[in-house]
Ligand binder design. Structure first.
Ligand code: HAM
Length: 434
């Protein structure tokens, strides 16, 4: 046997049990997004590399170290998107739907970063991202946070913490950066290797260092908050008011700087203490300068993205009895004639809105019943020689083993009656029968 090929490191297969958990998050998110008037946009996974250098920032870790970039056959430099905001803004400018308009958009899909894989940190991961354009006031920032709160509630997550900061305008951040570098230079001898590397290129990220040895230096660093311009300060206070009014708890974290350069004013991050080191389950903020920076007309904007791997892990930790989608019945087919009739019987049942898994590939009664059990169906529907002759079907309840025989033309009503406790299923079935 030749050696089996394995998946690329940091890129995971999602097996059906896991996918069911993801679908629950996706469905919850979709409900919330629709409740706030957001519309889906689908964007390419590959973009020109320059897009990310110009938006995320050429001196960020993502652009410097983590991008999957390559030259295509024509020598064009392309990158697998490491995030979705840049592509969404690019699409907005290119398709002309940003200027003088309010747009509320969302997208979902894989993102790629060549980070060191560990639990909760992958090289291919998935986000649901939300971007809103054309609203400068803090009510938008609040709306984005309310959406997250509503999603956490729908998924039964409690104990998530909201951290909030303001980075001010690009100008006041530049002034702060100068002062910070000046201070850090005086501490040069005590800086760790990572911070020394960041000192020239991206000093604000030093504030984000998790190294305990750096905490004292960071604590004594000048405060970005004190450098905020009046309008940014007012914006931040207004957001705080909105959140307090809605009873949304938050912590102001003046060291929250984020790893992408496009942010202005509000930045926020949702964290949990249940996932170890990779504690951020979602993050975002305002990026009022980005549209212009990428060649569009000045347009205020803000958004966030949630990480599906981390949320699915939280959902798994939470346990619960979510079953995913199970068939209503498993059709057991015994004998040639039953096999011949079985496929069309299954089609008729599906026409009535039922989910039916039909035995394939033959097998004896015992084998087929085992498969029926594994399918998760409540009932095995047995079609054998006798049943074919009498136009009947034997129904075996797979929970208690009880067995009964009914006429085939009563089967749909039986299955609808006993299986469709779920309101949504019932509505779909009624719709189809009409
Ligand atoms: P981000 O903080 O880089 O922001 O990513 C958002 C979320 O994606 C994180 O909070 C985390 O849950 C998840 N995530 C990031 N990297 C990984 C990874 N390597 N493995 C697993 N999950 C990961 C952005 O991407 C911005 N585009 C968010 C945004 C949208 N800001 C404004 N609009």
């Amino acid at each position: 046997m030749s050696k089996a090929i394995q998946a690329v490191r940091g890129m995971n297969d999602l097996l059906p049990e896991v996918v069911e958990r993801w679908q629950r998050i996706e469905a919850g998110a979709r409900d919330v997004l629709h409740a706030y008037g957001y519309r889906e946009i689908r964007l390419p996974i590959l973009e020109k590399s320059e897009l990310f250098a110009r938006s995320i920032g050429s001196q960020t870790d993502i652009v410097e170290k983590e991008m999957y970039s390559f030259e295509d056959r024509h020598g064009e430099n392309l990158t697998l998107r490491p995030e979705g905001t840049a592509g969404c803004v690019r699409a907005g400018i290119e398709n002309g739907f940003l200027h003088n308009q309010i747009q509320r958009l969302w997208y979902a899909g894989p993102m790629f970063r060549h980070e060191r894989p560990q639990k909760g940190r992958y090289r291919q991961f998935h986000q649901i991202g939300v971007e809103a354009f054309g609203i400068e006031s803090a009510d938008l920032d609040a709306e984005l946070i309310f959406m997250c709160v509503r999603l956490w509630r729908a998924l039964g997550f409690d104990g998530l913490t909201l951290q909030l900061n303001s980075l001010g305008t690009l100008e006041c951040r530049a002034a702060y950066r100068r002062e910070l570098v000046h201070y850090l230079e005086t501490q040069r001898g005590k800086l760790d290797e990572d911070s020394l590397r960041r000192l020239d290129r991206n000093p604000l990220r030093i504030l984000d260092s998790k190294n305990p040895a750096m905490q004292e230096i960071i604590a004594a660093a000048p405060d970005l908050f004190e450098h905020l311009d009046d309008a940014s300060r007012a914006h931040f206070e207004r957001l705080g008011d909105y959140l307090r009014q809605a009873g949304v708890a938050f912590t102001v974290n003046p060291r929250l700087v984020r790893g992408l350069d496009y942010y202005t004013r509000t930045v926020f991050e949702w964290t949990t203490d249940r996932l170890g080191a990779q504690s951020a389950v979602g993050a975002g903020g305002r990026y009022d300068g980005l549209v212009e920076q990428l060649g569009g007309r000045p347009t205020p904007a803000a958004g966030f993205a949630i990480g599906l791997e981390r949320l699915a892990e939280l959902l798994a930790l939470q346990g619960g009895s979510h079953q995913g989608v199970r068939p209503h019945g498993y059709l057991v087919l015994l004998g040639e004639e039953a096999e011949r009739q079985g496929l069309s019987l299954a089609e008729r049942l599906r026409d009535a809105g039922l989910r039916i898994e039909c035995n394939g590939g033959g097998g004896g009664l015992k084998t087929q019943l085992k498969r029926a059990d594994r399918s998760g169906a409540r009932h095995a529907l047995l079609l054998g020689e006798d049943e074919v002759r009498n136009a009947s079907i034997t129904i075996k309840d797979l929970r208690d083993g009880a067995q009964r025989s009914i006429a085939q033309n009563e089967l749909i009503d039986f299955l609808l009656g006993s299986n469709l406790k779920n309101k949504e299923d019932k509505a779909t079935a009624d719709e189809r029968r009409r």
